[in-house]
Design a binder for this molecule. Structure first.
Ligand code: HEM
Ligand SMILES: *[C@@H]1O[C@H](CO)[C@@H](O)[C@H](O)[C@H]1NC(C)=O
Ligand SMILES: *[C@@H]1O[C@H](CO)[C@@H](O)[C@H](O)[C@H]1NC(C)=O
Ligand SMILES: *[C@@H]1O[C@H](CO)[C@@H](O)[C@H](O)[C@H]1NC(C)=O
Ligand SMILES: *[C@@H]1O[C@H](CO)[C@@H](O)[C@H](O)[C@H]1NC(C)=O
Length: 504
């Protein structure tokens, strides 16, 4: 009873606010929040007042960025966040320097792990070794042609299991359904059959991301000295790793035994991420539990990102059935001639353009190239960024830039397929190709290593969907409002999309 009473709720809110404030004061004292800067600030700079700016940044980052760009033109500016100054740069020349800056000066990994308190939530060890990155970037990407049959097979099966193709319309929760398909497709490549259809494994791989993010956000507002205790109370990551380990252990044991017996090659050797990780892992990373944790880390990077991207696209398509015909024609013509393969996907320029425009227009972030500044940094134009700050660029300064895109505020599904590609291969403007004008996957040495796999998955899902279903929104023509939290966005997580068996 007491737990439901308003007094309890207000008590908790008050306590949380007080802790938040104490924490802020303490962290302010640390030199993490230097006030020296030659860059103008948006919003109040005085220690206590800047707290208001920090709060606004959490709830209306996009509006603040728009205000900053309007006020300071293309010049850098900074915004207070709870723990540091966040610098926004937009000049292409500075961005180029940003993406080239060495890891020990500007770090993407530290920015993410601080924002989500990985040090507590995941344990420091998890962050030291990133041997999975080159495996995803090289081995997975190069194997995509070879693995395409499995990807396509899993997508068809997952759609059939998750979304019935009936003659009448059936409403499905978009995000949850998409998440299931993405989790299964990813799992097929990460751990192979039959585990990729084990519902517990799929639930874990989906829930893990939300668990880690929730833990991180709660720890964010807990004072430093209480973080270890709070972490012990709320953190479920250890338990999740144990469960994953339990699901994978017999598979891993069998594979390890084969590896010891037969060396590098044997008949029917699995060709999936788990196998690549097992072969590459060294030292403590070879422990089965560490491998399970590593797999979950990849799921963290892969599943929600891809699902949110696809859900945005699904809402756009369901709200605008007129996009259906050109997409179908694109897919039909190519499949009729070349069948389903990675090369065929490359030829589906409308499908690609549609997904890419969704990323440009909406994407899953309001800032890109976010980096934590580990050493004082001076850009070539004299802009000085003190250690402890964050730097990034905004969606507005790139994807909504008139010099880069005509009518940037208009959703033009064929924007990219209409661009002439003089190389003739049609890859120049495709989804997975990053550039300074297209940043959803980052750019440069830290660009998302999984983007070729993600693009393959997204395109196959879209192509299969348009060939199999008709879709529309519950409220015809209406795309549910995009949700924003801090510097991230998400498509609506509960809205439903109507599906039925394709009629024509
Ligand atoms: C549409 C889906 C995806 C989006 C939008 C996306 C986006 C990103 C972005 C923005 C970064 C950071 C780049 C930077 O700021 O420098 C990143 C990093 C990363 N992504 Fe993705 N990603 C997606 C799918 C995937 C998939 C499917 C995988 C795995 C198979 C993956 C694995 C990773 C990893 C491991 C990193 C860290 C790279 C590093 O530390 O250098 N991502 N991703
Ligand atoms: C995953 O999360 C959902 C919703 O929070 C919950 O109902 C479900 O039991 C969780 N599944 C697992 C396997 O943790
Ligand atoms: C595909 O993966 C295997 C490992 O299973 C690797 O040996 C091979 O080099 C990869 N193929 C390519 C083209 O990279
Ligand atoms: C990617 O795009 C850039 C220009 O934006 C182009 O120079 C490059 O060749 C493209 N890469 C591929 C693989 O097509
Ligand atoms: C998501 O969409 C549903 C259905 O359109 C709506 O009822 C709900 O309020 C939306 N949620 C948010 C947080 O906007």
């Amino acid at each position: 009873m007491f737990l439901d009473s308003p007094t309890f709720t207000y008590g908790i809110i008050l306590l949380a606010t007080a802790l938040y404030f104490l924490n802020w004061l303490k962290e302010h004292k640390a030199s993490e929040y230097p006030l020296i800067s030659n860059v103008p600030a948006l919003g109040p700079t005085a220690p206590l007042l800047s707290y208001w700016g920090a709060f606004r940044f959490m709830i209306s980052c996009q509006e603040m960025l728009a205000e900053g760009h309007a006020k300071f033109g293309g010049s850098p500016f900074r915004i207070a966040t709870r723990r540091y100054w966040h610098y926004i740069v937009s000049d292409p020349k500075l961005l180029d320097e940003l993406r080239r800056a060495p890891d020990d000066e500007m770090s993407f990994a530290v920015a993410v792990s601080e924002a989500l308190e990985f040090e507590y939530a995941l344990g420091v060890a998890a962050l030291k070794d990133t041997y999975h990155v080159p495996i995803i970037k090289t081995t997975l990407t190069r194997n995509l042609s070879y693995l395409y049959g499995a990807i396509y097979d899993e997508i068809c099966n997952a759609f059939a299991d998750c979304i019935p193709a009936k003659d009448e319309w059936i409403a499905m929760p978009a995000m949850d359904t998409v998440m299931q398909v993405v989790a299964r497709t990813s799992a097929r490549i990460f751990v192979g059959l039959p585990l990729c259809r084990n519902q517990e494994f799929l639930d874990i791989s989906v829930n893990y991301t939300t668990d880690v993010v929730k833990t991180g956000l709660i720890l964010n507002i807990v004072p430093v000295f209480l973080k270890p205790t709070a972490n012990r109370l709320i953190n479920r990551v250890d338990r999740t790793i144990d469960r994953t380990y339990a699901l994978l252990s017999s598979t891993m044991e069998e594979r390890r035994a084969m590896m010891e017996q037969c060396g590098d090659e044997w008949t029917d050797k699995p060709n999936d991420l788990l196998q690549w990780l097992m072969e590459a892992a060294e030292g403590v990373e070879r422990e089965p539990r560490a491998l399970a944790a590593r797999l979950l880390m990849v799921c963290f990077a892969a599943i929600h990102t891809t699902s949110m991207s696809f859900t945005h696209a699904l809402y756009h398509l369901a709200a605008h059935p007129e996009y259906m015909k050109p997409l179908r024609e694109d897919v039909e013509a190519i499949v009729a001639e070349h069948g389903w393969s990675k090369d065929s996907l490359q030829k589906m320029r409308k499908v690609d353009s549609f997904l890419k425009e969704c990323q440009r227009f909406q994407g899953i972030g309001i800032v890109f190239l976010e980096r934590k500044v580990l050493k004082d940094y001076t850009f070539s134009d004299g802009t000085f960024i003190p250690k402890g700050s964050c730097v990034s660029t905004s969606k507005m300064a790139t994807h909504d830039q008139r010099e880069y895109y005509d009518d940037p505020c208009v959703f033009k599904p064929w924007r990219f397929s209409d661009m002439p590609d003089e190389t003739g291969e049609g890859t120049k403007y495709q989804l997975a190709n990053t550039s300074m004008k297209f940043l959803p996957f980052g750019v440069g040495k830290h660009a998302c290593p999984g983007r070729y796999f993600a693009a393959n998955e997204l395109k196959t899902m879209m192509a299969h969907l348009v060939m199999t279903y008709d879709v529309r929104m519950e409220k015809p023509g209406e795309i549910p409002r995009v949700l924003r939290f801090g510097t991230t966005t998400s498509p609506n997580r509960t809205a439903k999309v109507l599906f039925r068996k394709r009629k024509d």
